[in-house]
Design a protein around this ligand. Structure first.
Ligand code: NOJ
Length: 551
């Protein structure tokens, strides 16, 4: 295996709660994932990333871990997971687990010990402070709303970057770090392919814990403390003591890493194999996503980011995840949302230099769901924001409107497998309601339909992994076409004597565009045909083509 084998991979993200339920409790499970391994093999992916599946009170859907060594019984047993890892491997699919080591659950025995015995070793695993005046130690605001500090009965306060039931670890404790490395190695010994590493840029704290004045006296966003100086010492040690020795792949959720630190994170000898490129992850703030100005801005952000990153290191490229609404809703106006535009969107990002990730259901063109009231939402972040809004006398209707569009729950509804009750996800009522459009959008309808989004995604994956072309996509130069026509997103990938051109007409209007090279072969096309002659081609609305231009 090449040391950078993961550059040729295509990853599929499985959100286990919502993937497939086989034990009739309305929650997905390991055996459900096992039952769909052939579906994933047919799709063509060779890595799957499973969101946290460890024991957890599920305050933040598994990102609050109470036992790192045991799986959550709602998903099955450790043996079921072992079988899943084994059976996936038999199909040429590696498994990435989620590594959550910035924080744990307040139900973790370490935290319980720390709370009950301030002199215990475990008390040093977390960040406790006492204050004289009964106020929190500083004005930091948690990412999930409210103060980042919570008081325990003996008067001490503990720090939490996220929900108060997710206490942050104190990475300054070498004993804690040893425990974490042991755990990471224990999972690697099971033969997993690697990890997606959660919220890792938060592990290093500003040890002065000083308040930061804000203009209006409000709390100071703790998210500004990402990548705090000194973090590299911890990340180097983590890498060297664990995955470095195994050729495992690591994909870090490392938000806000500036380009001048990118190489440290995901360069050749970086802390991780890759970090997600979130620089063009949505079009938030654009009043009209279909305007040429909005598309131009989006295109530039994507090109700037991928051009810089490809010179510095490696990224995971994504349109969707469990932390975002659906891509179709993020990048397309309602009147433009259809299977052709969904396929166009897929083509835009699939041949960029980074490793492409497909979020479950994206390959079916799943969309945001319908949310009637605040009670429909399950996400702790939504609940916290709503509570804060009520407490501060804010406009809850306005917030609800925003949540309908942007809530993470939009990406967390069950996979729409078929047209039966609960979309074939389960035979019991799912933990989160199925999107009502499952009768029109589901895998069974799309499986044998050559014009479906699913069939197109299979072609995307096959081309990205095609022995003839995969090197071009994984290691070739990235040449963005910045002077392209309005709404055309085009770039070339070039390696040796091979050149591939990706052309996506990201608009509902037909458009004639220039192609300076001779078209040797149409490798992929999301529409019936393609009118082309030397120097130009006419592209249908949302048509996307991948062309061999050389080689
Ligand atoms: C990042 C995860 O992707 C997100 O889902 C979670 O809420 C936060 N970490 C906090 O645990």
């Amino acid at each position: 295996m090449k040391p950078d084998w993961w550059k040729e991979a295509v990853v599929y993200q499985v959100y286990p709660q919502s993937f497939c339920d086989t034990n009739h409790d309305g929650i997905g499970d390991f055996n459900g994932i096992r039952s769909k391994l052939d579906y994933l093999k047919e799709l063509g992916v060779n890595l799957i990333w499973i969101n946290p599946c460890y024991q957890s009170p599920m305050v933040d859907n598994g990102y609050d871990i109470s036992d790192y060594y045991k799986v959550n019984p709602i998903f099955g047993t450790n043996e079921d997971l072992d079988a899943l890892i084994r059976e996936a491997k038999e199909r040429g699919i590696g498994v990435l687990l989620d590594l959550v080591i910035n924080d744990c659950s307040d139900e973790h025995p370490w935290f319980q010990k720390a709370v009950h015995d301030p002199d215990s070793e475990e008390a040093d695993y977390f960040i406790f402070k006492t204050t004289e005046d009964g106020n929190p130690p500083n004005n930091w605001r948690s990412n999930f709303g409210g103060s980042a500090w919570t008081q325990i009965p003996d008067g001490r306060w503990y720090l939490h970057t996220f929900d108060k039931r997710q206490p942050d670890f104190n990475w300054e404790s070498s004993k804690l770090r040893e425990k974490l490395y042991d755990m990471v190695n224990w999972w690697l010994d099971k033969g997993i392919a690697g990890f997606r590493v959660d919220a890792i840029t938060f592990i290093k704290k500003d040890l002065t814990f000083a308040s930061v004045p804000t203009p209006d006296g409000s709390l100071y966003q703790i998210e500004n403390y990402q990548n705090y100086p000194g973090i590299g010492v911890f990340l180097t040690e983590l890498r060297d003591r664990t995955y470095e020795k195994r050729n495992a792949v690591t994909v870090a959720e490392a938000v806000g890493v500036p380009m001048d630190s990118f190489t440290d994170y995901a360069g050749k000898n970086g802390y991780f194999s890759m970090i997600f490129d979130f620089n063009w992850y949505n079009m938030k703030g654009e009043a009209d996503k279909s305007s040429k100005e909005a598309i131009y801005r989006w295109r530039n952000k994507m090109f700037d980011s991928q051009e810089q990153i490809s010179a510095l290191g490696w990224s995971g490229v994504v349109l969707e995840s469990h932390d975002e609404p659906r891509g179709i809703n993020k990048f397309l106006e309602p009147s433009d949302q259809n299977r052709t535009s969904a396929a166009c969107l897929g083509t835009i990002y699939f041949f960029l230099p980074g490793t492409p990730f497909i979020y479950q259901g994206q390959e079916l063109g799943m969309t945001n769901s319908i949310w009637n009231s605040i009670e429909d939402f399950k996400d702790v972040m939504v609940q916290n924001r709503y509570r804060e809004c009520v407490e501060n006398g804010g406009d809850t209707e306005e917030l609800l409107q925003e949540l309908r569009e942007y809530s993470r729950d939009n990406g967390r509804t069950p996979i729409q497998w078929d047209g039966s009750k609960y979309a074939g996800f389960s035979d019991a009522e799912p933990w989160i309601p199925v999107n009502p459009n499952y009768l029109q959008i589901n895998a069974a309808l799309q499986k044998n339909d050559p014009s479906s989004v699913l069939s197109y995604y299979k072609k995307l994956v096959a081309l990205r992994r095609d022995p003839k072309w995969k090197d071009v996509f994984a290691r070739g130069e990235f040449i963005p076409q910045r002077e392209a026509e309005d709404c055309l997103i085009a770039y070339r990938r070039m390696l040796g004597d091979k050149m591939v051109g990706i052309f996506c007409n990201f608009t509902s209007k037909e458009q004639t565009v220039c192609v300076s090279e001779e078209v040797k072969e149409i490798l992929l096309n999301n529409c019936g045909g393609l009118e082309h002659e030397t120097g130009r081609m006419t592209m249908a609305p949302y048509q996307a083509v991948v062309l061999s231009l050389q080689g």
